[in-house]
Design a protein around this ligand. Sequence first.
Ligand SMILES: Cc1ncc(COP(=O)(O)O)c(C=O)c1O
Length: 469
Amino acid sequence: MEAQVSVVPPATVEQSPVNARSCIRMKDSPAPQGARDERPVAASGAAAEHPKRSDDATAGGAKLRETETTIGSRPPAVRRVSGAKRRIRLPGARNEREIGKNDPMHPDTWLISQGRPTELGDPLNFQPTMASNFRLPGERYYNRTEGTETSGALEQLIGGLEGGRSLAFSTGMAAVATVFGALPVGSTLAIPEDPYHATNGLAVEGEEQGRWTVLRLDLADTDAWISAAGTADLLWVETPANPLMTVADLPAICAAPRKQGCIVAVDGTFATPLVQKPLALGADISMHSATKFIGGHSDLMAGVLTVTDDTIYDDLWNRRVRNGTTIGGLEAFLAIRGARTLALRMERSMANAGILAERLEGHSQIARVRYPGLASHDTHDHAAKFMDGFGAMMSLEVEGTGERASAVVEHTQIINNATSLGGIESTWERRALIPGQETMPPTLIRFSVGCENVDDLWADITAALDATG
Ligand SMILES: Cc1ncc(COP(=O)(O)O)c(C=O)c1O
């Protein structure tokens, strides 16, 4: 049942006709009726059948003409060398064993068992491939183009979990920017009113440059998103939202009738691919900052995009090559190492988060807790409808001033006063202190609940509240 490597034609430059489209299919491709694009997809391995190169740093690579677009082209041919030992899905290959589709493997087993070398004598894990280029002829040419076997293993792991094909990036923002970069000039982009602040920065920059019009929508206002699907070219749905924790009604938004070519992309970083399955709900692109829960140890930067549509995959693949945002070998290794325990970590940290959210909600020094698992949460119903659990992120507002909130986060001994999230170790921070987040409620603390003993976390929190009250 192991994933077989696709044997594809030799790596030559194919003079395939230039596709005149200027973006993935946001403008002129068939509109999905209701949910996802239903165009038939190629069989496994077919994704590499048009080996048009988009990088002249690779063997025999012919540089694309300036005017040439790579949309619709395929990733480069990737060929197994006779006798080569490694077996792993290579760029362009499809995960045959998508969770829940072809076999009954559970996601936790998938994360532990897949993305490994399989030959006798192999180590159990792919080693971090530290390489820019590869001896030719071979299955890879240049790291920025095809990645390494380590990044291929990460893509297999996450792609199978999400039910699509993944591309790994150097950071989460590299992944976001790659999707935004596919929007043609004159597009309409719908984003939440309060998205992750760097995502907002990208939207604002493009708006100021006249590249696109931005619709800012209340994430909880499902009707607004459904209506935007009829006019926008990209719906960027960050859910649950950072840091206000609003959960969008993803099934309803994904099922909305769309303008022709409209793409629905979901930043599910806060949920992880275990808790939320955007592609299964009909989204076109699932995005994660793997810096967070997938990596899980606060020691790497990475991003992942996962898609089901080959045309979108190819376009994003080519953009990654051109932008130079392919993940590094060491980061891919660390992300796999982290992902192995994602299910275990999520089980513990979500349980901790549920307990702490309830206790915090009942604490006299806490003015408000935003956690999708609480019945009091404004979009709890959305979360209960389609999420498998409620995640390990929450925001709380302490009674008093912003200074008091700062004192609380500085006081804790176990919970780290640090930005970022998704680590095995708990972190929290006063969000309004982050550049770009000044408009957040002054006493709001964003809390990433880790895997420590919940009673130790609670003692840490109450000691900080007592000491600063
Ligand atoms: C929801 C969300 N999306 C995207 C990003 C960007 O990820 P990265 O920091 O890996 O670039 C972040 C980072 O905090 C995030 O929280």
